[in-house]
Design a protein around this ligand. Structure first.
Ligand code: HEM
Length: 515
């Protein structure tokens, strides 16, 4: 459960020697007993009892002080400063959630976001912080909770997954669920700012289950989607190899069909597989035919004999379960083939639009979170006798962050609107180029935003605990978004090529002549 919310009235009642509470960064600490042990003296703490001492505190202590004492002294969070509430700082939320009109966001979306944020705060935030630091995988209990509330199905998006979703997702009837609601889910998990853990709670599923849902046989959908979306089991997408990252056509893992046609024997390795270490199922790209992209197929491989997974240490928390996978003479029933032999490359392209769009929503939330962090910090932190925010050079940097984030958010909304208005197969081809370019720009913005945020936070922006910890984490991990799901340099080129191809297909010879 989340921490207790302390009202300002309750805080005021704890302003005596016997009952001394202090506020630092919105957290309320009980220092009544600690005061006599305080190296800086007892009386000084009583003097400030019942008050917000954030500024004074940071003028005298290092952040580690809090990391050490907070667990013992923490009472709760002061009302109005909660991480579960919609921020009123300009641009710290999408402005459609700050009282401005929007063609996309309605009251229902506002309620939905509030409900999701509150639920994540109560059920996930503490586990996420803990898991991000310890590297432990999210628990089975948490997966089941997420299944019950529809968070797992919701992160798959509207359409096929809704068959396996509960009747309501965070109070919204599932029939009303569309890509804008889904976008809120990705943004809100992104906002937890625990990138490794957040990938651990379903990123493998969000990319590994779509091939099953879109192209798998009915038995597979009903069994696997039900188990995964209820939180009972885990699935991941096993495409990349040490030999082939974004260059999918060079995948080497081989599947040989047995002489009687009943099963395949799979041999090979996969690398950088998100959630691979803890997955029960692997949606795997294998070579069933000749060289190049025409010889690839997708199949569902269940963990069993011959399947080995080893954790890879990456820049974010091992709670993501990023794995190196070895398939050694793994026997896979022929019925586990997804979408027909040698169709794998096409199928993998088909799902990229949704995957890349999802990464955009997620990383934009991270970039926006940096605006929030910087606005809070620069009002609080004084340098050369005045708050940082009163320095034009600091305002220029934050202004630049805001302009860039607002631009990519608006572009993401625009594409989301298109997704809501075309069937899945159409969006997978028509929006392919647009989403490549969108993802390129979102992660470029994240790069610049991370850089500026660290500059603004100074030493704290490179410190893993204390005020700058989210900035440090963002700086250390935003690159995941720019590499996973197709790396930036590949996407900027593919974006234009695919858009040209779509235009030629759509408008035929006329377009070709003009192109
Ligand atoms: C939860 C609240 C607090 C904790 C856990 C805490 C803890 C500590 C610790 C561990 C030190 C030793 C020096 C260090 O390691 O940085 C220290 C020093 C000090 N503290 Fe606190 N403190 C708290 C609140 C405050 C407040 C509110 C004030 C003043 C308004 C204050 C004033 C001082 C002073 C003046 C020193 C001595 C600094 C020096 O030697 O340069 N502390 N505190």
């Amino acid at each position: 459960m989340g921490v207790k919310t302390v009202s300002t009235k309750e805080l005021a009642q704890h302003s005596t020697k016997e009952n001394a509470w202090l506020v630092i960064d919105g957290n309320v600490y009980d220092v009544s007993k600690f005061a006599m042990l305080h190296p800086g003296g007892e009386e000084i703490l009583y003097e400030y009892a019942g008050q917000d001492v954030t500024e004074t505190f940071y003028g005298l202590h290092r952040h580690e002080v809090l990391a050490k004492y907070a667990p013992k002294l923490l009472v709760g969070r002061l009302e109005g400063t909660g991480e579960d509430e919609l921020s009123i700082l300009p641009f710290a939320e999408n402005t459609g959630f700050q009282g401005f009109d929007s063609p996309y966001w309605t009251e229902s979306h506002v309620d939905f976001r509030r409900n999701v944020r509150q639920w994540l705060h109560d059920n996930v935030r503490d586990a996420a912080e803990e898991g991000e630091l310890s590297g432990k995988a999210p628990t089975q209990e948490l997966f089941q909770l997420m299944g019950d509330v529809g968070l797992l199905a919701g992160r798959m998006g509207p359409g096929a997954a809704m068959k396996y979703a509960p009747k309501e997702l965070f109070g919204l009837p599932k029939e009303k669920f569309d890509y804008f609601y889904e976008m809120i889910l990705h943004e809100e998990v992104g906002r937890l700012a625990c990138p490794g853990f957040v990938d651990g709670i379903g990123s493998g599923m969000a990319i590994g289950l779509p091939p099953v849902l879109q192209f798998g046989p009915d038995w597979m959908k009903d069994k696997v989607a039900k188990e995964v979306l209820s939180g009972e089991k885990r699935i991941c997408l096993a495409i990349t190899e040490a030999f082939a990252g974004s260059d999918v056509a060079h995948v080497k893992t081989r599947a040989e069909l047995s002489a009687d046609g009943t099963h395949y024997i799979v041999n090979g390795t996969k690398k950088w597989i998100t959630n691979g270490h803890d997955s029960h199922y692997f949606t795997t790209l294998v070579r069933t035919g000749g060289e190049g992209h025409g010889g690839l197929s997708f199949m569902l491989i269940e963990r069993g004999e011959g399947v080995e997974t080893k954790k890879i240490k990456t820049s974010y928390s091992p709670s993501a379960g990023t794995a190196y996978i070895t398939f050694e003479n793994v026997k896979v029933p022929a019925e586990n083939l997804i979408g027909g032999e040698n169709m794998g490359f096409l199928l993998s392209m088909y799902n990229f639009v949704h995957e890349r769009w999802m990464i955009c929503a997620y990383i934009n939330a991270g970039s926006r979170g940096m605006i929030d962090e910087c606005l809070r910090w620069t009002q609080q932190r004084k340098a050369f006798g005045k708050p940082l925010l009163s320095q034009p050079v600091v305002r220029k940097q934050i202004g630049e962050m805001i302009s860039r984030v607002e631009a990519v958010s608006a572009w993401t909304e625009n594409i989301t609107y298109r997704m809501c208005n075309m069937p899945y197969h159409e969006m997978s081809s028509k929006l392919a180029g647009q989403v490549c370019l969108l993802k390129y720009e979102c992660t470029r913005v994240a790069h610049d935003v991370a850089d500026m945020a660290v500059q603004i936070f100074g030493g704290r922006g490179i410190t893993q605990s204390g005020m700058g910890k989210y900035v440090e984490r963002f700086m250390r991990t935003y690159k995941f978004a720019s590499i996973l799901g197709g790396s930036e340099d590949v996407l900027i080129d593919a974006g234009l090529r695919l858009s040209m191809a779509t235009a030629a297909k759509e408008f035929g010879n006329l377009a070709r002549a003009r192109l």
